[in-house]
Design a protein around this ligand. Structure first.
Ligand SMILES: NC(=O)c1ccc[n+]([C@@H]2O[C@H](COP(=O)([O-])OP(=O)(O)OC[C@H]3O[C@@H](n4cnc5c(N)ncnc54)[C@H](O)[C@@H]3O)[C@@H](O)[C@H]2O)c1
Length: 269
């Protein structure tokens, strides 16, 4: 099926890729564009946003670049205005921008804590604050907050400020789903597991084979796995789905140590 988002207008915040290789926001932008949405590609780094717009256009999609920093509330307001001006309205908001410093709590300064919150949590909060009236003006729409399995599970590394911000995004999701359901605004969260992206590579604390053993499918996910879940949640096929927190993690959140042992035993057969 194609054209599932024909005529829709979308914002993807954090639409670039932090290094060479496809990031999650980039894959989401391409998939939404490929399905017919006009995509406002928002990133604080102009070249990253421009690269994503080129990728959308290579797939015959349509979009525009907005260089902005979601930690600045004025930028969140301006990006919504830009989407409405460029595309005539807004139907979809994807909050994907995040930073993830791996620093233990004892070494986390107040400045570092607040910088993580200002991007990961306050950015999503402010983007929703300004986007929701625009979604309501269109008769409804869809918000997808990109959280993380790190919001609900230990991932074997320490990034406490990040985990707090990602858990709080789930509270935001549930509150807004409750408040705006009657306006046909659906608000959901996607929780990526171990996804092979430039961000993940830069962390590089656990090798890919070990990470793959930690889920039920035995492989790392990729940015397209997340993008397809987001596409579904934004499409009319998910018209009766709101307030959910959907892990896209190869079953990692239901796996136990026994799962890895079983995978190991199978490997020996
Ligand atoms: N990669 C994983 O394994 C993984 C796992 C769980 C959750 N996630 C989540 O998925 C999302 C994307 O991750 P990724 O690995 O593709 O990251 P990435 O670093 O490749 O991409 C993030 C993009 O957001 C942009 N950005 C950062 N701060 C911004 C700001 N203040 N304003 C505007 N743009 C900003 C960056 O410039 C970058 O282009 C994040 O929310 C991350 O927490 C990723």
């Amino acid at each position: 099926m194609s054209g599932r988002l024909q005529g829709k207008a979308a914002i993807v915040a954090g639409a670039g890729s932090g290094a060479s290789g496809i990031g999650i926001g980039q894959a989401i932008s391409v998939v939404l564009g490929r399905e017919g949405a006009s995509v406002l590609v928002v990133d604080k780094v102009a070249e990253r946003a421009e690269a994503t717009l080129r990728a959308i256009q290579e797939h015959r999609g349509n979009g525009a670049v907005f260089v902005g920093d979601v930690s600045r509330p004025a930028d969140c307001e301006a990006m919504v205005k830009a989407a409405v001006e460029n595309f005539g309205g807004l139907d979809i908001l994807v909050n994907n921008a995040a930073i993830s410093p791996h620093v233990p709590i004892t070494e986390t300064s107040l400045e570092l804590y607040e910088s993580v919150m200002s991007v990961n949590l306050r950015g999503s909060f402010m983007a929703c604050k300004y986007a929701i009236p625009a979604l309501i003006a269109r008769g409804g729409g869809s918000v997808v907050n990109i959280s993380s399995v790190a919001a609900i599970r230990d991932t074997g590394t320490t990034h406490p400020a990040y985990c707090v911000s990602k858990a709080a995004q789930l509270g935001l999701t549930v509150d807004l789903a409750g408040e705006y359901g009657r306006h046909n605004v659906r608000v959901n969260a996607v929780l990526p597991g171990m996804i092979a992206t430039p961000l993940q590579e830069s962390i590089g604390r656990v090798d890919d084979q070990t990470r793959a053993r930690l889920n039920l499918l035995g492989r790392m996910g990729n940015a397209w796995d997340i993008a397809h879940a987001v596409l579904f949640l934004c499409s009319d096929e998910a018209a009766y789905i709101t307030g959910v927190t959907l892990p896209v993690d190869g079953g990692a959140t239901v796996a136990m140590p026994a799962s890895a042992a079983r995978a190991g035993a199978r490997g020996k057969q």
